[in-house]
Design a protein around this ligand. Structure first.
Ligand SMILES: Cc1cc2nc3c(=O)[nH]c(=O)nc-3n(C[C@H](O)[C@H](O)[C@H](O)COP(=O)(O)O)c2cc1C
Length: 181
């Protein structure tokens, strides 16, 4: 029997919505990373991990990368949730660079990765995240606007605001992948 689990870490709730949607579509259990005991990996054949993108890193992904020995024989799916539009080719290339840094060659072969779009609400950001975004904005403002990619423009356009690009229909390719593999 194929047992599937969704595990996620979400700081402001965007990844959580995708994780809940995937778990409800697959009628499978869902855990936050914090509540998932590593000893429970053995109970599942398919592991779906989701985390928000923070400065190119994936929130909580070390649960998979640090415990890769425990999960390498399983079907592994990773999804990210970020502000940048993953359908933009420059953003997609940037995301690929981040994945190349986070995942080893073996991990990249074994883990199927999907990117979803979340949002941001500056009013809800914690102090450190607010300061990081302010620094990023200052760096973007110093650049020649003509050289700013979609991601840079996005940061400047949405700075200080609340935006939500969540599209729960975008989980379809992930569900199709699970069904066909
Ligand atoms: C400090 C900080 C860094 C971020 N870095 C990225 C990034 O590198 N790429 C991106 O697409 N989004 C980035 N974001 C946006 C988050 O990924 C986005 O808000 C996401 O929806 C958060 O999901 P969560 O609420 O589930 O944690 C960043 C947000 C903050 C506050």
């Amino acid at each position: 029997m194929n047992k599937t689990v969704v595990i996620y870490e979400s700081k402001y709730g965007f990844t959580k919505r995708y994780a809940e949607s995937v778990s409800s579509a697959l009628s499978c259990p869902i855990f936050t990373k914090k509540d998932f005991p590593v000893s429970a990996f053995g109970d599942y054949d398919t592991i779906i991990y989701g985390g928000g993108l923070y400065a190119g890193g994936i929130s909580g992904v070390s649960l998979i990368t640090k415990n890769f020995d425990l999960v390498r024989s399983k079907k592994l799916i990773l999804f990210t949730c970020g502000l940048a539009d993953p359908s933009d080719s420059k953003n997609a290339a940037h995301l690929q660079e981040s994945m190349d840094k986070l995942l080893s060659e073996e991990m990249k072969k074994k883990i199927k990765v999907f990117h979803f779009r979340g949002g941001i609400d500056y009013a809800k950001l914690g102090f450190i995240h607010k300061s990081m975004m302010a620094m990023l904005r200052r760096a973007m403002l110093k650049k020649d606007p003509a050289t700013l990619g979609a991601e840079g423009r996005q940061i400047l356009e949405t700075y200080g605001k609340a935006v939500d690009f969540t599209d729960l229909n975008s989980i379809r390719p992930l569900l199709q992948y699970i069904e066909s593999n």
